[in-house]
Design a protein around this ligand. Structure first.
Ligand code: FES
Length: 220
């Protein structure tokens, strides 16, 4: 493969300017979101997998119909190889259904003509894909080395105590799920906690009740 000047492409997987490349963020991810959106102008490819939490998820929603079908068709058209559309397709399925059940992974496999085992292997590799339903606020406490040295275990315990949950469990009101996370790349500000798409830095156990109260009353 070469370009018009005869220079060979190093990456034969590059699709060139085919398909729907000129997409706005809204065309890729739609408008119906809660939480803060990144500024318009970031690359649409990242938008497709950004883990927004819709207020109302529908685990039995069809994959994909209506506006979601339109968005998926556009995403799919950007990849000559169906397998390459797997990550944004999983992202769209999670956005719609809230998490990726084994059944959802199988449906995605059928959509992209892949084996269920392959889809499952990819989906379970990335922590940004929820394999179980999560609460309205997914609280990810970094317990990796820097945060751990600065008391991340106590912060994690404070979130569990104050939400009345066990690790990975969702609170009865459906609001909170607390999980451990690997390094969130904010090691200079331990303990770092990611709540949905927002970082909270230098968190100590005594900050936890106020953070939860703010989430309840003002959202993310
Ligand atoms: S170790 Fe917690 S952000 Fe890096």
């Amino acid at each position: 493969m070469s370009d018009s000047s005869g220079i060979p492409f190093n990456n034969p997987g590059w699709a060139g300017n085919t398909g729907e490349f000129q997409l706005t963020e809204a065309q890729v991810r739609g408008d119906d979101y809660v939480g803060e959106r990144p500024k318009e102008g970031t690359h649409p490819a990242t938008a497709a997998t950004y883990p927004y939490m819709l207020a109302d998820k529908d685990p039995s929603a069809p994959l994909f119909e209506g506006p979601y079908r339109e968005r998926w068709d556009k995403i799919r058209s950007r990849y000559p190889d169906a397998r390459s559309a797997l990550l944004p397709t999983l992202g769209l399925a999670q956005e719609l259904r809230g998490y990726l059940s084994p059944e959802t992974m199988e449906e995605v496999a059928r959509l992209l003509d892949l084996s269920p085992a392959y889809v499952r292997g990819v989906a379970t590799f990335y922590t940004m894909y929820n394999k179980r339903p999560v609460g309205r606020f997914l609280i990810q406490v970094c317990t990796n080395i820097s945060c751990n040295l600065c008391g991340a275990d106590e912060v994690l315990q404070a979130f569990l105590n104050n939400t009345g949950t066990e690790l990975g469990e969702t609170s009865e009101d459906g609001l909170f799920t607390v999980v451990e996370a690997e390094c969130l790349a904010a090691c200079g500000f331990p303990t770092c906690v990611q709540i949905n798409s927002r970082y909270y830095e230098n968190v100590t156990p005594k900050d936890v009740p106020a953070i939860l109260e703010r989430l309840k009353t003002q959202g993310e």
